[in-house]
Design a binder for this molecule. Structure first.
Ligand code: ADP
Ligand code: MG
Length: 266
């Protein structure tokens, strides 16, 4: 066991370990974040909150390997998979081995489904192309996943025939079929009509109950409070407050910054 995957206080091994992570975009005046550290235990949910522009999306993108980092380390199950290179500010996907690429599943705010493929085609494409899995096996699993997100009857619908909430649930299936170690969700309900938010969040709660390790960025504070095992507040390039007792964080935040942030949702 290495330094970066010691079990947490409750005995769960650490799935993701971020140490002293520093991110800078070329030509930007400041680092987006400057040496932040946190862990996500296996099977647990870390919720990341923070004001717009505080670096939440950047954080998920660096973890997913979609952006290089300029300092610190990212470790998965105890193995360091990326070490920051000062000065390497090129944007674009970081070179990681094929097996590492599918360890992180990401769902974004805007559902980017392929418009001319049906639901099944959207979900099965990556496992067939990237993982070279057989069509029949992948389709069977896709149908099971659709059933889990309550969309078993929409397998042959095209994206434009679905509601926003249904499209996000398809996007979740598309991420899950690659069997990611960690699911990264970036404000996946932010672009939805209010009546569709619940059906998507319900699916995320079911995934958490099933033990899916997740890192979730959200502006839905009641959802965050309900689902988080741990929470961090990103602000001004750092972690302004962190807690492994989300109930206390949301009801009795310690720092003035967290109090001010949470009050903005009242
Ligand atoms: P959040 O998701 O919390 O709103 P972001 O991660 O999108 O924050 O952005 C954090 C900071 O980095 C902002 O100041 C933003 O303008 C900047 N930023 C985000 N993406 C890029 C990029 N591709 N190039 C340069 N600056 C960026
Ligand atoms: Mg964002």
């Amino acid at each position: 066991m290495t330094e970066t995957n010691k079990p947490d206080a409750h005995g769960a091994p650490i799935a993701l370990s971020v140490r002293d992570l520093t991110k800078h975009y070329a030509d930007a005046a400041h680092n987006v974040f400057d040496g932040i550290s946190f862990d996500v235990p296996k099977g647990k949910v870390l919720v990341v909150v923070g004001p717009s522009g505080s670096g939440k999306s950047t954080l998920l993108r660096t973890i997913a390997g979609l952006e290089p980092i300029q300092g610190g380390t990212i470790a998965l199950n105890g193995d360091v998979i990326e070490t920051g290179q000062p000065g390497n500010e090129n944007s674009g996907r970081v070179k990681r081995g094929e097996d590492l690429r599918t360890k992180f599943g990401m769902v974004f705010q805007s559902y980017d489904l392929f418009p001319n493929k049906d639901v099944l085609g959207n979900i099965t494409m990556a496992p067939m192309l990237v993982q070279k899995r057989k069509k029949e096996e992948v389709e069977r699993e896709a149908l099971e996943l659709l059933d889990r997100v309550h969309l078993a009857d929409r397998a042959h619908a095209k994206p434009h025939e679905l509601s926003g909430g249904q499209r996000q649930r398809v996007a979740i299936c598309r991420a899950l079929i690659l069997h990611p170690e960690i699911l990264l969700l970036d404000e996946i309900t932010a672009a939805l009509d209010p009546e569709m938010v619940h059906e998507v969040l319900e699916v995320v709660v079911e995934l958490a109950d099933a033990g899916q390790t997740m890192l979730i960025v959200t502006h839905e504070m009641s959802f965050a409070r309900a689902i988080a095992d741990r929470v961090i507040l990103l602000s001004d390039g750092g972690i302004a407050e962190r807690s492994d007792d989300p109930e206390t964080f949301f009801t009795h935040p310690k720092t003035a910054r967290a109090q001010e942030f949470l009050h903005s949702f009242d």
